[in-house]
Design a protein around this ligand. Structure first.
Ligand SMILES: Nc1ncnc2c1ncn2[C@@H]1O[C@H](COP(=O)(O)OP(=O)(O)OP(=O)(O)O)[C@@H](O)[C@H]1O
Length: 368
């Protein structure tokens, strides 16, 4: 799959841009703060109906304006797709596929597979367990629409159950039957979520380790372990056994909303012992494994966005990454950098079609 063209109006610092892309490699070069990442984010937005960075849509509208528009043309499985998105202050977000408005944005997720590798991925290592659950959920929902549905229902049931626990505490009473209505829902959705996450992580691990070994040239061993209350226990029983604890805490203390991924360097946590370059390598390997995974399941090569990928990595690792993404298994790539030297190496290696764009204070111009 590839994006052929994007038109942008008032998206962050990009007031107006229409850019035609290469089917293989597209490089955005410019100084810090020029708008390179904003270009990638606009592409990301058209796949996920949201920014990679800002949860609030309003933050993506240019500060001086009251709306933004994005329009992307794609070649997907040999047919053309046009995706349009418009955000106007005070109005509902509009997302259209071939001029037809989506009733539910959720229906769009997965149509245009995409993997973004960004410096802010480091939160996956440094942040709380919610970051790592978000990672699993984000990938699985790209190929499994029912998963997102289960997740929304599960999260709603957790909120309701927690409200009930708080209500009981405030009233100084307890009704086990009433609570068990939510237990049944948690078990139904939670068991399916657990199964999907387990399968995903099991398939991801060997691919991830292969990428890590290749990029680090076998210098380190890494691990990835899915941690969940549901591995050892029947979920329904677990909820029953935890009732006293839940009542004291006034929230649901067990379940898939507590899942985590243990990210390891050798036998130790990557978070504590990994160097900056090792952490970056870990994240690149993880995201490339995600790429393979989505490609295999969807039968489509995702778009790959590489933001500031070379920072913190030594020359060997950079070369290994370049060699990897230059391979046939990858499709269209968008890459940002502050200078051309890394990119020239990629271009030489790819020996294939490419386009370079200069980005300067929100203006995007092809380099002839
Ligand atoms: N809503 C907005 N309206 C106007 N400008 C914005 C908005 N949101 C972000 N910006 C501006 O966009 C610029 C950041 O652009 P971007 O993150 O794309 O830079 P970059 O070229 O990737 O830089 P770096 O090399 O430092 O990563 C900043 O100057 C920021 O102030």
């Amino acid at each position: 799959m590839r994006m052929e063209e994007i038109s942008i109006v008032n998206f962050k610092n990009i007031n107006e841009a229409t850019v035609e892309f290469s089917p293989r490699l597209n490089c955005f070069i410019g100084k810090n703060g020029a708008g390179k990442t904003n270009m990638l984010d606009a592409i990301y937005y058209l796949s996920f109906c949201k920014s990679f960075f800002n949860a609030s849509d309003l933050l993506n509208i240019n500060h001086e304006e009251s709306y933004f528009m994005l329009n992307g043309s794609y070649d997907r499985l040999d047919s053309s797709e046009t995706i349009t998105c418009g955000i106007q202050k005070g109005q509902k977000k509009q997302f259209k596929r071939n001029s037809k408005i989506y009733k539910k944005l959720q229906d769009h997720i997965g149509l245009l597979p995409l993997v973004m590798i960004s410096p802010s991925d480091v939160e996956l290592i440094l942040g709380g367990s919610d970051e790592r659950r978000k990672f699993m959920d984000g990938v699985i929902s790209q190929y499994n629409q029912n998963y997102l549905d289960d997740l929304l229902k599960y999260n709603r049931a957790v909120v309701q159950r927690n409200n009930l626990l708080k209500h009981f505490a405030a009233e100084g009473r307890f009704d086990a039957d009433l609570l068990s209505i939510w237990d049944d829902q948690l078990v139904e959705y939670g068991t399916r979520i657990h199964r999907e996450r387990t399968e995903f992580v099991e398939k991801l691990i060997p691919v991830f380790q292969r990428y890590y070994t290749f990029i680090s040239q076998g210098n380190e061993e890494v691990g990835l372990v899915h941690q969940s209350d549901l591995y050892e226990n029947d979920f329904g029983q677990l909820l029953k056994d935890s009732v006293m604890k839940d009542r004291a805490a006034q929230y649901t203390t067990v379940g898939v909303h507590k899942d985590d991924l243990l990210l390891k360097l050798g036998e130790f946590p990557m978070k504590k012992l990994g160097s900056q370059g090792q952490k970056k390598t870990y994240l690149v390997a993880l995201k490339l494994a995600q790429f393979d995974f989505i490609k295999e399941i969807s039968g489509i090569k995702p778009i790959l966005l590489l933001d500031d990928i070379f920072d913190k990595l030594d020359q060997h690792r950079v070369e290994q990454i370049v060699t990897t993404v230059a391979g046939e298994q990858f499709g269209q790539i968008f890459i940002t950098d502050t200078d051309r030297s890394h990119l020239d190496a990629i271009i030489r290696k790819l020996g294939t079609d490419f386009r370079i764009f200069n980005v300067e204070t929100g203006k995007v111009k092809p380099v002839s």
